[in-house]
Ligand binder design. Structure first.
Ligand code: ADP
Ligand code: ADP
Length: 228
């Protein structure tokens, strides 16, 4: 499903963010990406959703060869990948409903289906009753739920989450994790970068540790493994 073979990413200023990463993530896995700041975790995820392209190596996502992707095929790849950020990145002037519906409008889904599916995912994340609220009227945890609804509305096979609990208190973080586990249970592969030791050590899953652009550890049901 996601396969990296000797992936290198060198940014234009010469920074080697990834230096020969080979990893295979199968359908329906839940993977934590851990490692110090600057290790290359975000770059790893940006390559998956084609925000960046590899400098060298083979990357395939859902059968698409990402390095050689024709520009017109990019939307096909992106609609199969949902992205969740630490800072939610909701559109402040749009309602909860509109923020989620927007992701379906982009792929030109029919209006009737947009409405039905948007309310369905808002229900799944427990926010149907807040569909008319603006992001600023919601708590951090609720905003993250909206961003999760937006990420899953087009039924992606892969969800990439860059520190999704980074701005949330421990209790809210656990609620968000329960939701991500539910989404994984329903069939999406999840790749989640995190610095949250308690989560990684209590909800045991595959752990891939990256340091200095290299995979230094890859364990099924692994531990966080860092002091902070
Ligand atoms: P992490 O997510 O683990 O903190 P990143 O993937 O963000 O790591 O960064 C890996 C390395 O690449 C760091 O040295 C970072 O400064 C560098 N980097 C990230 N993005 C860019 C960029 N757009 N241009 C140049 N260097 C970058
Ligand atoms: P359900 O029966 O599933 O709750 P409704 O038909 O009652 O669905 O619609 C739920 C709400 O969705 C409506 O009250 C409306 O505020 C909201 N809604 C529907 N379409 C839009 C839209 N395009 N923009 C913003 N809100 C919308």
């Amino acid at each position: 499903m996601i396969e990296m073979q000797d992936i290198w990413k060198t940014y234009v200023d010469g920074t080697h963010a990834l230096r020969g990463v080979s990893v295979r993530i199968d359908r329906n896995e839940f993977v934590y990406l851990v490692g110090p700041s600057g290790a290359g975790k975000s770059t790893f995820m940006k390559l998956i959703y084609r925000e960046e392209v590899p400098t060298k190596g083979q990357l395939s996502v859902n059968g698409f060869n990402i390095g050689k992707l024709k520009p017109r095929k990019i939307p096909f790849v992106r609609r199969n990948i949902g992205v969740i950020f630490q800072d939610f990145r909701l559109l402040p002037k749009l309602t909860v409903f509109e923020n989620v519906a927007f992701a379906m409008e982009v792929i030109e889904a029919p209006k009737r289906i947009i409405k039905k599916r948007t309310m369905e995912v808002l229900d799944l994340v427990g926010l149907k009753h807040k569909h008319a609220s603006l992001p600023a009227q919601l708590s951090g945890g609720e905003q993250q739920r909206v961003s999760i609804a937006r990420a899953i509305v087009n039924n992606p096979s892969v969800i990439v989450a860059d520190e999704p609990t980074g701005n949330l208190d421990p209790e809210t973080s656990m609620e968000i994790m329960a939701l991500l586990e539910e989404i994984n249970f329903r069939g999406s592969t999840i790749v989640m970068a995190t610095h949250n030791r308690d989560i990684v050590n209590s909800l045991r899953k595959r752990v891939i540790a990256i340091e200095n652009g290299l995979v230094v550890r890859d364990e099924a049901r692994g531990e966080y493994g860092y002091e902070i």
